[in-house]
Design a protein around this ligand. Structure first.
Ligand code: NAD
Ligand code: UDX
Length: 470
């Protein structure tokens, strides 16, 4: 029986390993992590984060061919194939701070593998890493090996799942990418990994390349996706200035088969743990290779994203007579997108901090994010968690009661079906709606009496004469 060990039981490692266990009943899968609280959550009824369909997959395999453990060494020692899905955040100190990927967790996992192994291993990079990381990992493994003659073959197998649709993405991927050395041992390792995916992924969707192409393709993939969002968000500002409507522009662009319809939704800005981090990483790699202009090109994608978030805060403040001081504002949605409890780099964080900076009182509701998480995200950079300046409440009606304005910051489906007539009655007047996700019916809301701002849409006559100074 082939034994797999997945190091890192996070948003990628957990679902990815669970789906392999589901689809390959003859393979034993151990998912290990240094975090005891994460592993105990994986072994409990309440998994460490919300992801549609994940619970069902875990319940089907856990205790059969899927286990979660903190005994990292034991399971690495026993495994034939080791998937490494540890975090690779942006460095916060030292050379490359604020841009380069911090590979501390990866290096410590590699050193541990070298320490405990006494048989040949295939080591699979699942984490997103800078191009040529496999070279460095290879050196760490071969030079620290405790037993003689052990061969390590490194593969790059980047993960393309999106949170909120992770299980569907894993069960039915557009493609699986496997990069490896192009010598006989490398090709043999590629084949072994291909054989695992072949249990459920059609052969023509499994792409094999050299190591560096696979590593770079992952960074390029995220950069291209984020670039589409910044492009349409840049257009949204121009729409507001000219009377064009961004959803109509998106529709027109998306019907061009050379462009395609996906990732053209204007928003308050993109969030999530990947886009910003991976573009910064790409910028750092460009700069390290003397390609300043190329780095500058990708940097603009992040700059437009920052602009979009601050533009939104300015709209809120300037619409409400240039002051939100002491005014209650309801924040509907805190996760970085719908169908996830993940708040990492959520645009809601910057918007909330911006409004708190102008002394607004925030009443926050998100169907899946806990008060603890919200507090953790907001209490940085000197921001204080001060009741009643900030409160987290149990539903949208409570959040909006006596509020002067409401901001939609995550596109949760339930926000589309709220009784806005009831919300309006219980709000202060004039009552403002700021739709940062373009999910509400602007005409209906205006009929009720709201003053509405929706990204990239023609401005409410009330807002026309108000200058937004950025
Ligand atoms: P995460 O922080 O949720 O999970 C990483 C886990 O690794 C943590 O639980 C941590 O405790 C564990 N860990 C760190 N060092 C370890 C060690 N030495 N031994 C054992 N466990 C260790 O991160 P994530 O969101 O799952 O992302 C993991 C990687 O996958 C990153 O490189 C990320 O860029 C990439 N990725 C993420 C997504 C996504 O949507 N989140 C998608 C594709 C790729
Ligand atoms: C992303 C990539 O899509 C995925 O391929 C990669 O593996 C990991 O990073 P994820 O961050 O989970 O996935 O979510 P994604 O659906 O890409 O959304 C990222 C952010 O962009 C969210 O804040 C989302 O709301 C925003 N977004 C997305 C838009 O603002 N407009 C869009 O059209 C699409």
């Amino acid at each position: 029986m082939v034994k797999i060990c997945g190091i890192g039981a996070g948003y990628v490692g957990g679902p990815t390993m669970a789906v392999i266990a589901l689809k390959c009943p003859s393979i034993e899968v151990a998912v290990v992590d240094i975090s005891e609280s994460r592993i105990s959550a994986w072994n409990s009824k309440k998994l460490p984060f919300y992801e549609p369909g994940l619970e069902e997959v875990v319940n089907q395999c856990r205790g059969k061919n899927l286990l979660f453990s903190t005994d990292v060494e034991k399971h690495v020692y026993e495994a034939d194939i080791i998937f490494v899905s540890v975090n690779t955040p942006t460095k916060i100190k030292g050379i490359g701070a604020g841009k380069a990927a911090d590979l501390t967790y990866w290096e410590s996992a590699a050193r541990m593998i070298a320490d405990v192994s006494n048989s040949d291993k295939i080591v699979v990079e699942k984490s997103t890493v800078p191009v040529r990381t496999a070279e460095a990992i290879g050196k760490i493994l071969s030079q620290n090996s405790k037993s003689k003659g052990i061969k390590y073959e490194i593969l790059s197998n980047p993960e393309f799942l999106s949170e909120g649709t992770a299980i569907q993405d894993l069960l039915n991927p557009d493609r699986v990418l496997i990069g490896g050395n192009q010598d006989p041992q490398g090709l043999d390792a590629i084949q072994k990994l291909k054989d695992i995916y072949a249990y459920w992924v059609p052969q023509d969707r499994i792409i094999t390349t050299n190591l560096w192409s696979a590593e770079l393709s992952k960074l390029a993939d995220n950069a291209f996706l984020a670039q589409r969002i910044s492009s349409i968000n840049a257009m949204s500002a121009l729409c507001e200035a000219t009377g064009a409507e961004v959803s109509q522009v998106s529709l027109a662009l998306g019907k061009n088969t050379k462009i395609g319809p996906k990732f053209l939704n204007a928003s308050v800005g993109f969030g999530g743990s990947c886009f910003q981090k991976d573009i910064l990483n790409l910028v750092y790699i460009c700069e390290s290779n003397g390609l300043t202009e190329v780095g500058n090109y990708w940097k603009e994608v992040i700059k437009v994203n920052e602009y979009q978030k601050s533009r939104f805060v300015h709209r809120v403040v300037s619409s409400m007579f240039n002051t939100v001081s002491g005014k209650k504002i309801a924040i509907l949605g805190f996760a970085f997108k719908k169908d996830t409890s993940d708040t990492r780099k959520s645009p809601a964080i910057d918007v909330c901090k911006g409004l708190l900076g102008d002394n607004a009182c925030l009443s926050i509701y998100d169907p899946r994010v806990t008060e603890n998480e919200i507090e953790k995200e907001l209490c940085t950079d000197g921001v204080e968690w001060e009741h009643p300046m900030v409160s987290v409440v149990g539903d949208a009606y409570e959040a909006t009661r006596d509020a002067h304005g409401l901001c939609i910051l995550t596109e949760w489906d339930e926000f589309k079906t709220i009784d806005y007539q009831r919300v309006y009655q219980n709000m202060e007047k004039p009552a403002f709606v700021f739709d940062g996700r373009n999910i509400l019916d602007v005409h209906k809301l205006r009929e009720i009496g709201f003053i509405v701002y929706s990204i990239g849409k023609p401005l409410d006559p009330w807002l026309m004469n108000i200058n937004v100074i950025n």
